[in-house]
Design a protein around this ligand. Structure first.
Ligand SMILES: Cc1cc2nc3c(=O)[nH]c(=O)nc-3n(C[C@H](O)[C@H](O)[C@H](O)COP(=O)(O)OP(=O)(O)OC[C@H]3O[C@@H](n4cnc5c(N)ncnc54)[C@H](O)[C@@H]3O)c2cc1C
Length: 483
């Protein structure tokens, strides 16, 4: 989900069409090292790391597409539509933008132009300054409180936010992490990495992730039903039971907490508690085709409302120069609205835009679509945000349950939680840890220059951190036992 920085603000005043080539054949015979549950960012990163180490893996994905919460749909509107993640945070450091094949993918910085709407007009420069000052005071107060105790963020807010309070609460809570501030840990928010630079991908963030999955052994429509780690590790799917040396589970915290995957033996209480403390917030896009730019906004311009209550949203206009406009709803209001269904969501978007831009906007609405991530059975929400007192749960998630059952995903990242980059890093790190724990990391031969000039100790160090390689060349996979 997007983050709003002072710098950027001041500067202004499913079966989805992008389908990667799935490189591996259906499950066949052969010993598999690691099974990865889920083909989202964490699962793809883990698979690439394992393949790069020359080890065998398979990615079992329950849904019919790659990407999980980062997926681009080009069918609904005929232009790329990111149904989940769209903002590439910290693009210079983000592993996905760094790996992006530039011949196929255009990544460009988000424009500086952002607005706040007050009724039917835009906020003036001075009003924007007031809002930003209020936001800075709120962020500082949360950080100060977090140094003393892990209280709900709402409790830490200063009393002097005035009539900017509802917008400050919306931006820091629902818009930032999908939950109202009363339900968010001050320590979690304070530890969140500052995301003060962002970029967009013209072809869609999900399209980029799908490209990075090319050639990996992904099996779609292959929901994992149970994982039995007594003796030989056995992972059960509707098409058979697979065996491996380890499993990395990247399903969302809500999916794990729902009991959709059965673990034998039961997960330790500590782990179950951690999933509960990292429950997912609610965040949805109501996508509208608005022909003729009736809002009069720039491409990719972001607009908030100076609201008086929680019934508000954010607009991302003219996405990558297309007529697509995203009205984003989140937090408890977004959750209640999405529970009413897609038609109610589209109605809300039309009424809300009318309130901010006048009645003509409704006439310009063409095709529509609204995501309902809380109802997606393989996600059950948007992104994790720790409940008050729950921040430490992120570290617990990153611990292996045993030597063979591991968890990864956005929720396991201590500072980049709720992002694609965080999920990717978590997947990569977990794969590395699994390989190391199992003694599966192959020592890299020293390069010719190292043999000539580098002392032996140096090449030992490089054994611990082998160079990343492309994902190709993964062998065909595993043993399938009929049920
Ligand atoms: C609406 C929305 C907007 C967002 N905006 C941004 C943004 O702008 N920028 C950003 O960086 N992040 C954003 N995020 C968050 C980001 O999308 C996630 O943090 C990230 O994609 C999570 O990746 P993951 O691999 O941890 O999990 P997932 O993407 O959820 O991947 C897990 C996979 O596991 C699969 N799975 C679940 N159960 C099973 C099972 N039993 N068997 C097999 N497979 C299973 C799921 O189908 C899924 O594909 C947004 C999220 C949403 C919902």
């Amino acid at each position: 989900m997007p983050r709003l920085s002072r710098r950027s603000f001041l500067a202004a005043s499913a079966a989805f069409a992008v389908r990667p080539a799935i490189g591996a054949p259906a499950p066949s015979s052969g010993q598999i090292d690691v099974i990865i549950v889920g083909a989202g960012a964490a699962g793809i990163a883990a698979a690439r790391r394992i393949a790069a180490a020359g080890r065998r893996c398979v990615v079992l994905e329950a849904s019919d597409h790659i990407g999980g919460r980062c997926v681009t749909d080009t069918r609904t509107f005929g232009v790329p539509y990111d149904r989940g993640a769209h903002w590439i945070h910290l693009p210079d450091l983000n592993p996905l933008s760094r790996l992006a094949p530039r011949r196929q993918i255009d990544i460009y910085p988000t424009p500086a132009s952002q607005k706040v709407r007050i009724g039917l007009r835009n906020a003036r420069e001075g009003e924007l300054e007031d809002f930003l000052a209020a936001q800075v005071r709120a962020t500082r107060a949360i950080a100060d409180a977090a140094r003393k105790a892990d209280v709900p963020c709402a409790q830490a807010l200063p009393n002097d936010l005035g009539d900017w309070r509802p917008l400050v609460e919306f931006v820091l809570g629902p818009y930032n992490c999908g939950k109202d501030l009363a339900q968010v840990s001050a320590v979690d928010l304070a530890r969140e990495a500052e995301r003060n630079a962002d970029a967009f991908c013209k072809q869609g963030f999900g399209a980029l992730l799908a490209l990075l999955a090319e050639g990996l052994p992904v099996q779609l429509s292959m929901p994992v039903k149970s994982i039995d780690s007594r003796g030989t590790l056995r992972v059960e799917t509707p098409k058979g039971t697979l065996t491996a040396r380890a499993v990395i589970v990247t399903a969302s915290t809500n999916v794990i907490a729902s009991g959709r995957i059965q673990f034998t033996p039961d997960l330790p209480h500590r782990q179950i508690d951690a999933f509960g403390r990292l429950s997912l917030g609610s965040y949805d896009h109501i996508a509208l085709e608005l022909k003729g730019n009736p809002l009069g906004l720039e491409n990719d311009e972001l607009v908030f409302e100076k609201s008086t209550d929680t019934h508000t949203a954010a607009i991302l206009a003219n996405v990558s120069g297309t007529p697509l406009c995203l009205v984003d709803v989140a937090g408890s209001f977004g959750r209640d609205l999405s529970a009413k269904g897609e038609a109610a969501m589209v109605d809300f978007a039309g009424e809300w835009l009318t309130r901010l831009y006048g009645a003509d906007v409704k006439k310009a609405i063409g095709r529509t679509q609204a995501t309902r991530w809380n109802a997606d059975p393989w996600t059950l929400g948007a992104a994790s945000a720790a409940v008050p007192g729950g921040q430490a749960a992120r570290r617990i998630l990153a611990e292996p349950v045993s030597d063979v059952v591991w968890f990864a995903g956005e929720a396991a990242h201590e500072t980049l939680w709720g992002t694609v980059g965080g999920a990717w890093e978590s997947g990569e790190r977990t794969a590395e840890a699994v390989l190391r724990r199992m003694g599966l990391l192959r020592p890299l031969p020293p390069s010719p220059s190292e043999t000539e000039t580098t002392p032996k100790r140096r090449s030992k160090r490089s054994r611990g951190a082998p160079r990343a390689q492309g994902p190709g060349g993964t062998p065909s996979i595993m043993r399938e036992e009929s049920r």
